[in-house]
Design a protein around this ligand. Structure first.
Ligand SMILES: *Cc1c(COP(=O)(O)O)cnc(C)c1O
Length: 385
């Protein structure tokens, strides 16, 4: 995918809508990342950590029994096999190395369900940085285990009691902290969202998913690319990283949102959290709560590059209902022996339905399995009764 245009624009989306006091911090980060990304030594250190600590490259798995069942050839990019169990580790290792390079000893992060908070705390522990995580009070109560994980990893968790006491309020608190602490602190954002340079920076750190998958598919398919490339979309980082590897091929790119959090499907353009993008809003422009069975897809907006790819028609955005997601979760477990996280089960739910209706039989479909399902098993058990 392309570099963003001047000011971090992806078409009419993106940008840097922050208080005056944060403009220098964003500019410093942009300059530091641009230099680091062009520096072979930085890239080698990151690649080394991705290999020896995170477990990259992750394999692409051919799903023989699922493919037979669906009539299309399903390949999975296995981010579930990384250390900590999702693609989030790719982003936090890159940002933690960047923080250290910038001479910052403290990381802050926002988290909804706690998954990005745990990832950020992991990277901070590895590199000896201090870490503080903002998390809505409602979420700290719902996600006690992740709060405990963050504390085990040496991070401090700040429950946020403003607004609706969920993810969007945690982002606001983290931005407020950053304004006051920018000398010593790097704000480690968890997805392809926020003011420029974050949507670009996080996509570049996640493109390892798509770049690896492209090579692996070519090897498996005798030099060909998949026909369809599918990923789930919360903020959109695993999808952006996946799409980056395939945007210049003929593959159809499909992003799957939760029906209750479909910022591409039902959102309208607005400026929130430092960027112009698509958001779920009421008529007065108030941000609505996203709701789905997977906490990782509960962000009420989407990254600006997805808004752009949707607007120009390069990627398609669809949604999956909770019931179909649960069916897909079970189907992958039963046919392939892989329990997926509920987030990528959305991508699988769309593939299952589309294989019957719109994907030509025999097509090759690559799905990014963004994470493993261990974190969701208790919840699914409760729902299935
Ligand atoms: C956090 C998370 C997501 C959603 O985040 P994106 O930025 O949209 O990728 C998806 N899958 C898993 C497993 C996650 O942990």
């Amino acid at each position: 995918m392309r570099e963003p245009g001047p000011g971090g624009r992806f078409g009419e989306f993106g940008g840097r809508f922050v208080p005056e006091s944060l403009v220098p911090a964003c500019a410093e980060l942009e300059a530091a990342f641009t230099a680091a990304w062009a520096d072979a030594a930085f890239r080698a250190e990151l690649d080394g950590l991705l290999a020896s600590y995170a477990g990259r490259p992750t394999p692409v798995t051919e799903c023989k029994r699922l493919s037979e069942r669906l009539g299309v050839r399903v390949l999975l990019k296995r981010e579930d096999l990384t250390h900590t169990g999702s693609h989030k580790i790719n982003n936090v290792l890159g940002q933690a190395l960047l923080a250290r390079r910038m001479g910052k000893s403290r990381l802050i992060a926002e988290t909804g369900a706690g998954q990005h908070g745990v990832a950020a705390a992991t990277a901070a522990a590895l590199l000896g940085l201090s870490c503080e995580v903002y998390m809505g009070e409602v979420d700290t109560a719902r996600q006690e285990l992740n709060v405990f994980r963050m504390r085990l990893l040496g991070a401090e968790v700040h429950p946020v009691s403003s607004g609706s006491r969920t993810l969007k309020d945690a982002v606001n608190e983290a931005l407020r902290d950053w304004v006051a602490s920018v000398e010593t602190t790097h704000y480690c954002i968890g997805s392809v969202m926020g003011p420029h340079p974050y949507p670009w920076l996080v996509r570049e750190l996640q493109r390892v998913v798509g770049d690896e998958a492209r090579r692996q598919c070519r090897q498996l398919l005798g030099g060909a690319d998949p026909d369809v490339v599918v990923a789930c979309v919360g903020g959109g980082s695993n999808a952006a990283g996946t799409f980056a590897g395939f945007v210049d091929t003929a593959a159809v790119l499909v992003g799957v949102e939760a029906a209750g959090g479909a910022a591409m499907g039902r959102g309208v353009p607005g400026v929130v959290h430092g960027m112009r993008s698509q958001f779920l809003q009421d008529e007065a422009g108030q941000i609505l709560e996203a709701e789905s069975i997977s906490a990782g897809l509960d962000y009420p907006g989407v990254g600006p590059e997805h808004a752009h790819l949707g607007a120009i028609g390069r990627a398609r955005y669809v949604s999956a209902e909770d019931g179909d997601v649960l069916e897909a979760f079970k189907l992958l477990a039963e046919t392939e022996g892989i329990i997926p996280a509920l987030e990528p089960a959305h991508a699988l739910a769309w593939v299952t339905a589309a294989a019957r209706t719109e994907i030509p039989a025999g097509s090759v479909v690559l799905v990014t399995l963004s994470g493993r399902g261990d974190k969701d098993v208790a919840q699914v058990m409760a729902m299935l009764g």
